[in-house]
Design a protein around this ligand. Structure first.
Ligand SMILES: Cc1cc2nc3c(=O)[nH]c(=O)nc-3n(C[C@H](O)[C@H](O)[C@H](O)COP(=O)(O)OP(=O)(O)OC[C@H]3O[C@@H](n4cnc5c(N)ncnc54)[C@H](O)[C@@H]3O)c2cc1C
Length: 843
């Protein structure tokens, strides 16, 4: 053999070996593209001369016969979703140079799957053009990958009776499911969804046929990859009642039989009761009627904002929904505490993005003005700056903010006006194109709205918020006013992408509202609407496991195991489970290791965001020195944020937020007194410990609270503040861990850094377990009450099978138009809406 050809053959062999390795999931590629074998034996060398020829199709460890599988690629259009694809002997090996007439694998689409037979001698080129030569493509892992052949369902073998390339649904009566009967003739247990000959089957009968479409968009797009080596997975969480099969007189001889038996109790409770989907437009431009939606049995884990919101929307869509909350009180991080006539919100207090909150209420058949008494705060908030005598009040309008900036630094008002215009534009695009998109497809990013702004958006992503602000504003106070909203997003202006400039549209243009009764009133209103939509709410119910079982498309949810307040164990069946608690808890504590989309090692690279030390203070007498919202900004912000990131205690002077709700709401404190809520952003460090009542918390937590009171006292010139405190309760990072299962005791959830934003943030569906969806602050779109409400809508869209970006239904768009016109117009619109509906509206 000439040297050149020998070298070529060697190269081919190397390449083929590497590919076979990758197919088995073993090979890692080294720096030179060669496979690196770590802890695995090298694959056997092919027999001498075993290069790529047409007779010897390379290294195929598993013989591959004709197989029928679902045409996944065609799932994009409704028409082709269930077309069968015949896959003929599929070496799929590509040499370094094109092999002329030899195509790779041959995919034959059988239109409609009726009446065709295996066409002998299909002309290759006509069906499948030769592949382009080029670098090898990433392989999709085969469902058989990694399993010993003996434990896999039989492959079809040509020539055996009834086992020939049976490509089509049989027209005759269904073939009995031999595997389900457990007959010895049925052979080894079959994998999920494989019939007697390894042909995809509908779960209900033994005939190979087009199986019903799985739950649309309910995640689990690549389940098989995570199945363990060494054989079919033993179900780690048997379903709600594994004896169900036996009760029906079936012998549970195989894996599938068990699945069918267990799934029955949680089968869809009737079809067509969950409303009708939106009419769709086909590729040919025809309008297809909306399909009736199946009614699902849903269990929501977590009764915080996102859990309540999701449960309410799904119940209103016709599904049977149960919500499990481990605490006795709903709300999660939007918590409350009440003692001696003082009432406190222990979580959110800034009511931002009012149109988003209103949109949720409208989807529930009500509206925010109907359910809440909202008041616009003026000033929006007050800021105390270190080394500046006088605090600065932030007006409740854009014009006021522009005038304020001019007074702080002459000429900066015009820069602010431009900045706010950009912020408004970014907010509008985010609302239309990003926030209501779960990014299950990236098509939304190709919208003209986004493409037109492509270079500007790219610049906003490439730059930090701090850089953008400091290039335009020289005054430290202005920089801090424009930079602090990053903290709302659990990050810092140094780490937040400049796209979050849009946050300034919320506080400086839209203004800050206050719901009378605090956020507890919001939680109560949500609970009320969820219950009236039919949600069954169980408090004191701690979910302990998400139950899963095998199914044709891979593992899927079967329910939730939970314990009640008395410690009794329960199991609830569900065809959809929505995890609305902290994602880390859901993934690493409620799911077995092999079913996690976000395994423990993925969290090593994630930023948990800041923790917080909170202090609820009942204060005798009034405190006019403080506004409803007051912010105290330390001069050395870099050090301030660096300490939070490094997990060390805050410096003597640090940044603090104080909410004095009693300034607006007479109902939260005894007459003439004030209730203060103090928040000190600090490290997410549960080892600091928990807080307590009357100074009984962990030392580290109480010290931070003491220093904060001193600082407020000094900066706001309230010398006797500490002495006037008559009620005090603190919360530390360990409280977040204990109370809401927050990862590392984080107060807000995963920080909105670039790597944890938009489609880079954990998604709203498990990629491993079908039917398992996620809502809440740790998934898309992110942190904050409005974002949690949007995440509920994203889950609703998943269950409905809707993929387009944008909110469900039109009201938000209508309100957005008014909101964009500014706070005054927005306020007037809300007031009009309230008056039209006969609701009292504060002026
Ligand atoms: C101090 C603070 C201030 C904030 N300020 C603002 C603000 O001003 N404006 C704003 O918009 N947002 C604010 N936020 C953020 C906002 O409160 C949160 O983003 C939002 O409330 C998170 O809601 P959630 O439902 O996703 O999660 P959570 O509130 O954490 O709810 C999860 C729920 O799941 C429950 N749970 C956990 N594990 C289990 C289990 N195994 N079984 C059953 N139940 C379980 C928990 O008990 C909890 O009730 C603030 C948050 C904090 C902590």
């Amino acid at each position: 053999m000439p040297a050149a050809r020998a070298g070529q053959a060697r190269g081919d062999r190397e390449r083929l070996r590497a590919r076979a390795d990758r197919r088995r999931g073993r090979g890692r590629r080294g720096s030179r593209g060669r496979p690196v074998h770590r802890g695995h034996p090298r694959p056997a060398r092919p027999a001498p001369g075993g290069g790529l020829t047409r007779d010897r199709p390379g290294i195929q460890h598993q013989p591959r016969g004709p197989r029928l599988r679902r045409n996944r690629a065609a799932g994009r259009d409704r028409g082709g979703a269930d077309r069968a694809v015949l896959r003929l002997n599929a070496p799929r090996l590509r040499p370094a140079r094109p092999l002329g007439r030899l195509p790779g694998s041959l995919h034959l689409r059988l239109r409609g799957g009726r009446g065709a037979h295996v066409p002998a001698g299909v002309p290759r080129r006509a069906q499948c053009p030769p592949r382009r030569a080029g670098p090898p493509r990433a392989l999709r892992p085969s469902p058989r990958c990694g399993f010993p052949e003996g434990q896999l369902p039989a492959r079809p073998r040509p020539g055996r009776a009834g086992a020939g390339p049976q490509l089509l649904p049989r027209r005759g009566p269904p073939e009995p499911d031999r595997g389900a009967e457990g007959s010895p003739a049925a052979g080894p247990p079959r994998g999920p969804g494989r019939g007697p000959r390894g042909v995809a089957q509908a779960p209900g009968n033994g005939a190979p046929c087009r199986r019903p479409r799985p739950l649309p968009l309910l995640g689990a797009r690549r389940p098989d990859r995570r199945l363990p080596r060494g054989g079919p997975r033993q179900d780690p969480h048997p379903g709600p009642d594994p004896r169900e099969a036996a009760a029906r007189g079936r012998r549970d001889g195989g894996h599938r039989a068990g699945v069918r038996a267990r799934r029955r109790p949680i089968a869809l409770a009737g079809r067509g009761e969950g409303g009708v989907n939106r009419p769709q437009r086909s590729r040919a431009g025809r309008t297809l009627p909306g399909r009736p939606r199946p009614r699902r049995t849903v269990t929501v884990i977590g009764g915080g904002i996102s859990g309540l919101a999701t449960a309410g929307l799904l119940a209103r869509d016709g599904h049977a929904v149960q919500l499990l909350e481990k605490n006795e009180v709903l709300g999660g991080r939007a918590g409350r505490w009440e003692a001696e006539g003082f009432r406190f919100d222990t979580g959110p207090s800034w009511y931002l993005m009012p149109e988003v909150i209103d949109h949720w209420f409208r989807l529930m058949g009500s509206s925010a003005p109907d359910e809440l008494r909202l008041e616009r705060l003026d000033p929006g908030y007050r800021v105390f700056f270190e080394a500046h005598e006088d605090p600065v009040d932030i007006p409740a309008s854009r014009e006021g903010a522009v005038a304020l900036f001019d007074s702080l630094d002459r000429g900066s008002g015009a820069a602010l006006a431009r900045y706010l215009e950009e912020a408004e534009d970014a907010y509008g695009v985010a609302l239309e194109r990003f926030l209501y998109d779960d990014f299950s497809s990236l098509r939304g990013l190709a919208h003209p709205d986004v493409l037109r702004r492509g270079s500007r958006l790219a610049a906003l992503l490439a730059q930090s918020l701090h850089t953008r602000v400091s290039r335009r504003f020289a005054d430290r106070r202005e920089r801090q006013i424009l930079g602090y909203p990053a903290v709302f997003l659990g990050t810092t202006p140094y780490r937040a992408p400049a796209l979050y400039q849009l946050m300034s549209h919320l506080d400086l243009t839209q203004g800050v509202l206050y719901p009378h009764g605090g956020f507890a009133a919001l939680v109560d209103a949500m609970e009320r609407l969820a219950r009236s939509a039919g949600v069954q709410i169980r408090t004191g119910a701690r979910a302990t496991r998400i139950l899963t079982g095998p199914a044709p498309g891979g593992p899927r949810v079967e329910g939730v195991a939970w314990t009640d307040a008395e410690g009794r164990e329960h199991r609830t069946g569900a065809s959809v489970v929505v995890g609305a608690a902290d994602l880390h808890h859901l993934e690493t504590e409620l799911l077995p290791a092999e079913l996690r989309t976000h395994p423990e090692r993925a969290w090593d690279r994630r930023d948990p965001g800041p923790g917080a030390v909170l202090a609820c203070l009942g204060v005798r007498g009034t405190l006019p020195e403080l506004a409803h919202h007051s912010l105290f900004f330390a001069r050395d912000w870099r050090d301030n944020f660096a300490r939070i990131g490094a997990g060390v205690t805050p410096a003597e002077t640090t940044s603090i937020y104080v909410s004095r709700t009693s300034a607006t709401d007479g109902g939260v404190a005894p007459a003439g007194d004030e209730s203060l809520f103090v928040l000190v952003p600090s490290a997410a460090a549960p080892d600091w410990g928990r807080g307590g009542i009357g100074g009984a918390g962990a030392v580290a937590v109480e010290e931070v609270a003491d220093r904060a009171i001193q600082q407020i006292s000094a900066w706001a010139r309230i010398p006797d503040l500490a002495e006037r405190v008559v009620l005090r309760r603190t919360f530390g990072p360990a409280d977040f861990e204990h109370d809401v299962n927050a990862w590392r005791g984080g107060a807000l959830g995963l920080a909105h850094t670039l790597r944890q934003s938009a489609f880079l943030r954990p998604g709203n569906a498990s990629r491993t377990v079908s039917g398992l969806l996620y809502a809440g602050a740790s998934v898309r779109p992110g942190i904050g009450v409005p974002m949690c409400l949007i995440s509920a809508e994203l889950v609703l869209k998943r269950v409905r099978g809707e993929r387009r970006p944008g909110p469900v239904g039109p009201p938000l768009v209508a309100l957005r138009g008014q909101a964009a016109a500014g706070t005054a117009a927005r306020g007037a619109a809300l007031a009009d809406a309230a008056r039209a509906e006969g609701v009292a509206w504060p002026t």
